[in-house]
Design a protein around this ligand. Structure first.
Ligand code: ME8
Length: 506
């Protein structure tokens, strides 16, 4: 079985500070990367910054900085966000790095040699905000379909023969029905491609901030052709014999926002086919967040700063909320009421209380040692105990579809069950009447919490570590192979518990 897994975030434009959208994509990828590592995969998780193009050049000018100075400055914010979000990325690529420029120019040369690029003249609409070309029929009331302003561009340009790839793309989508998820997005992409593809302008001459086109340095590469190549530059392309390339290409998943699906699901596969390179296995397009019901925009002044919400509510709390609140793939609303309900309900009441009750009972009543594995389970115990034999498989199935919310729901159904079990069994009463039965019940619950904390690790790495530390679970025994029925909690000496998810009153 192929045990390598390559996952990428989009690379983020350095024209502005990071916002909630960036944090969202990155956290989702981090959960997937951590999940796969715990499941025994050799993972490469890539993120980075997209530093060329007219948009960045303009932002730099407005700050009286050179584009590179400006890119250096903002790229640092994105790099530091990876730490703030506790991302487990293995690499951080910047498109101004040598390794990337070499890869982008090599890909260009390959497309040129294969006769898929030709010189002509572009005249048409360009939206700076989207860094995208639009045809006359796409323009709505003088704006791009995304609502971005457009301007008329006429310049000499190289073109990529995208129109020739229409049938091959459609054939590929049909053969690979899970290439684009969610499914509704696949339909959108298919109908866009069926509507006819025009050759794509892939170079610009009217500004300078970009990767130079090989053998014609009047031209710079179109920022999207440059940017998409990052997924290859980070694994050593053009050296296709290099270990990283051999292990990790084709990528298992490119995670993107719905607004940039077309670039990833149409242009990128066409470039790759034209360069005779294998195509990524999946493009997943997630939805967009609104803020208290309103579209997020700078002009509205309602941009959500990830650093601010993390310092107010806690990192794991935000990671949990973003992935639990909204079905991954759909749009969602960021509201304080919903956030507090999740923190105080799901985290504090459900998971936090369960851990606190069980661990403190063991600490106080079992001399601080996890009780011995109980020898005789009764029928109720067996029903409860057996439920989590299927937990790992079921959660894994959801994660493999990027249904993070469904995966979390399954885990929380199990947590609810554990809370029901503890209420029914009332070990605090058994303490006075039946010590042995109390020990058995606490053993079952301690093992349940161990399993919950292990499977929650990808979502809330810090909090689950605290729980596993409180149970003194050995660091080497925290991966998913310890979720099977052969493994159970040992008679560890445990530490005095402290609450993991304090309630937040506002
Ligand atoms: O597009 N909710 O960079 P970017 C959720 N450089 N996601 C949001 C969002 C919101 N309100 N607003 C933005 C680029 N996003 C290119 C990518 S990849 C080769 C090049 C998401 O900085 C958006 O969908 O504009 C996109 O995935 C990312 O944030 C922003 O990317």
């Amino acid at each position: 079985m192929d045990k390598n897994y390559y996952i990428t975030t989009p690379i983020y434009y350095v024209n502005d500070k990071p916002h909630i959208g960036h944090a969202y994509t990155s956290i989702a990828c981090d959960v997937l990367a951590r999940f796969k590592r715990l499941d025994g995969y050799n993972v490469k998780f890539l993120t980075g910054t997209d530093e060329h193009g007219q948009k960045v050049e303009k932002a730099a000018k407005s700050q009286n900085k050179s584009p590179l100075e400006y890119a250096n400055f903002i790229s640092k914010d994105f790099k530091s966000l990876t730490k703030t979000l506790n991302l487990s990325n293995d690499d951080f690529i910047r498109t101004t790095e040598k390794r990337h420029i070499l890869a982008a120019q090599s890909l260009w040369s390959k497309l040129y040699e294969n006769k898929h690029i030709y010189l002509d003249k572009y005249s048409g609409w360009y939206a700076l905000r989207d860094e995208a070309f639009y045809s006359e029929k796409e323009i709505i009331n003088g704006k791009a379909p995304s609502g971005a302003d457009v301007s008329w561009v006429e310049e000499e340009s190289y073109f990529f023969d995208l129109s020739k790839w229409q049938d091959k793309l459609l054939e590929f989508y049909d053969k690979n029905p899970n290439f684009i998820l969610p499914k509704s997005r696949m339909n959108e992409v298919k109908s866009f491609v069926k509507g006819g593809l025009r050759d794509l302008s892939v170079s610009r001459t009217s500004f300078e901030w970009g990767v130079k086109v090989p053998n014609n340095d009047k031209h710079i590469m179109y920022v999207w052709l440059d940017a998409l190549t990052n997924y290859l530059s980070a694994i050593g392309y053009p050296d296709t014999l290099e270990n990283e390339y051999v292990n990790f290409w084709p990528a298992d998943i490119h995670m993107v926002g719905k607004d940039i699906l077309r670039f990833h699901a149409v242009y990128w596969p066409a470039f790759l086919m034209a360069a005779e390179l294998p195509l990524p296995k999946r493009i997943f397009a997630h939805g967009w967040w609104t803020n208290e019901g309103k579209k997020i925009s700078k002009s509205e002044g309602n941009v959500i700063d990830p650093l601010e919400i993390i310092s107010s509510y806690g990192l794991d709390q935000i990671r949990y909320f973003l992935l639990r609140e909204v079905p991954f793939g759909s749009d969602g609303d960021f509201s304080k009421t919903a956030l507090l309900a999740r923190i105080n309900g799901d985290l504090s009441n459900d998971l936090g209380n369960l851990c606190q009750r069980v661990i403190s009972m063991i600490y106080k009543n079992c001399n601080g040692f996890i009780p011995k594995k109980c020898e005789k389970l009764n029928d109720r115990d067996i029903i409860f105990h057996n439920k989590y034999n299927s937990l790992y498989e079921n959660v894994k199935n959801e994660i493999d579809k990027q249904s993070f919310h469904e995966a979390i729901k399954l885990i929380w159904a199990f947590i609810a069950d554990a809370n029901k079990y503890i209420d029914e069994q009332a070990p605090w009463k058994l303490r006075k009447t039946d010590d042995r039965r109390m020990n058995d019940v606490l053993w079952i619950l301690a093992d349940a919490i161990r399993k919950i904390a292990i499977i929650v690790q990808p979502f809330m790495p810090d909090s689950s570590t605290k729980i596993l530390d409180q149970l003194s679970i050995d660091i080497s025994e925290r991966n998913f192979s310890y979720l099977d029925s052969k493994h159970a909690i040992k008679t560890n000496k445990i530490n005095s518990p402290s609450p993991i998810f304090p309630r937040i009153e506002e």
